[in-house]
Design a protein. Structure first.
Length: 438
């Protein structure tokens, strides 16, 4: 099932959802056309740099990112509530300043490209046995999320000119990542919002940082008031061989099977989730899994919530297109670790504690605590601890603001097999994100 369905877009890796505020342009005879406009901007600081691109020296980085998404959404109602729908929009993105501390971007990226360009048909009540909109068929360039993003959460990796000599350049704005759509897709969704449902998908990425893979995906889910249980099968049928060798991403023929669940088991306030993925590639077998539990104190002022998750990714596990499907820290775990230092959901055991409270009707405060432990330290040594504190302020129906501060303490420097350049001191990290939509 798609995440953040009631929003235009998420704050990239943070999934701070901005309310859908599309502006109606035309609405007559069952046809509706809306204009879409969303602006994102962020200012960032990291006291330490990281060795991912091999271009960063010891010291700090200050940089800024901006993204503008604009275009049209259209719907036309047919018999029995069935609908034709489609979208065409563009994204302009840019990075300024030093570029990010990992060297994914240089600070000089500027790009405008088509983001969404798709069309589809939903069945309405034509097939009662399958539920409302029990058949949904779509084609084109669009964003796709499976479950909570453990395997697939859009094509959101946006490198710039600095990494691998610019061969993976997608236009920068690495953190904001407003560019999420897969280049070509064919998607058939069967089943409504409850009971058994399934997705059959063909997906083609044009992202050079992912070696432009082509994938076949199938899901089977059971959705009820207690929660969702799901199975996923994914096979990478083709890749760009030149890019695969450059990035050492041996993905062609890779197969993944996963089983997942998420819900409250009928207990209000409880949150339970877990997934186990088996991965086969080049004759090797890898795996990744997590278990998570949380509780929301609905009768306490501010409705505070607490979550704990343990996740483990085997030594050679390829995390594919993971991302933040439901909240900050879903699968980009740690603002410094997930974005710049590693371990990037491979060769790691990770513990996460999340706390959140509503300080006011329009302000939420949160804290995320992490412990990262490397499984095979002959490859890398990315043991570290991290703490992030943040706020989400919905200023009004147009503006959203999110400040965040973090402390990241690695055990090893880059010289000792880690990623932090020059030392293993505690890194002070900060960012302020702002979004505007209509």
């Amino acid at each position: 099932m798609l995440a953040c369905k009631k929003t235009l877009v998420a704050f990239s890796l943070g999934c701070v959802c901005v309310p859908a505020m599309a502006q109606p342009l035309y609405n007559e005879d069952g046809t509706q056309v809306d204009a879409r406009l969303l602006a994102l901007a962020g200012a960032f600081y990291s006291r330490e740099n990281y060795s991912q691109s091999g271009t960063r020296r010891e010291g700090s980085s200050r940089w800024q990112e901006a993204a503008l998404q604009y275009g049209l959404d259209a719907r036309h109602t047919l018999d029995a509530g069935s609908k034709l729908y489609g979208s065409l929009n563009w994204v302009s993105s840019a990075t300024f300043g030093d570029g990010d501390p990992a060297g994914w971007t240089a600070g000089s990226e500027r790009t405008t490209k088509i983001e969404d360009a798709y069309a589809g048909w939903r069945s309405g009540t034509l097939f009662d046995a399958l539920g409302e909109n029990g058949v949904d068929l779509s084609f084109g360039r669009q964003n796709i999320v499976i479950g909570d993003g453990f395997l697939v959460s859009g094509d959101a990796l946006n490198f710039g000119k600095e990494f691998v000599g610019g061969k993976a350049n997608r236009g920068g704005a690495y953190y904001l990542s407003a560019r999420k759509a897969f280049d070509r897709t064919a998607v058939l969704r069967l089943g409504g919002q409850e009971g058994l449902r399934s997705d059959l998908m063909w997906i083609k990425s044009d992202n050079p940082a992912q070696s432009r893979p082509e994938m076949a995906v199938g899901t089977l889910e059971h959705v009820s008031e207690l929660g969702t249980l799901g199975l996923t099968y994914l096979k990478v049928t083709d890749t760009d061989q030149t890019l695969s060798e450059l990035l050492n991403a041996r993905r062609k023929g890779m197969q993944i099977h996963s089983v997942r669940g998420q819900g409250n088991a009928g207990i209000p306030g409880l949150f339970l989730a877990g997934e186990y993925a088996w991965e086969r590639k080049d004759g090797a077998r890898e795996n990744a899994w997590y278990l998570e539990a949380g509780w929301t104190f609905a009768d306490v002022v501010g409705t505070p919530s607490i979550n704990y998750r343990y996740s483990r990714f085997s030594e050679g596990y390829d995390p594919l297109f993971y991302g933040n499907g439901r909240a900050l820290g879903t699968w980009f775990q740690g603002e410094v670790a997930a974005n710049y230092a590693g371990p990037f959901n491979s060769n790691a055991a990770i513990q996460q504690v999340g706390l959140k409270i509503s300080a006011a009707e329009d302000i939420k405060l949160g804290m995320l605590l992490y412990s990262f432990r490397t499984l095979d330290d002959s490859r890398v040594r990315l043991d570290a601890d991290e703490a992030n504190v943040y706020a989400e302020w919905a200023i009004d129906k147009h503006w959203t603001l999110m400040p965040l501060a973090g402390l990241y303490k690695p055990k090893y420097s880059a010289a000792d097999g880690g990623a932090q350049v020059g030392n293993s001191h505690t890194n002070l990290y900060g960012q302020v994100l702002v979004a505007w939509s209509f």
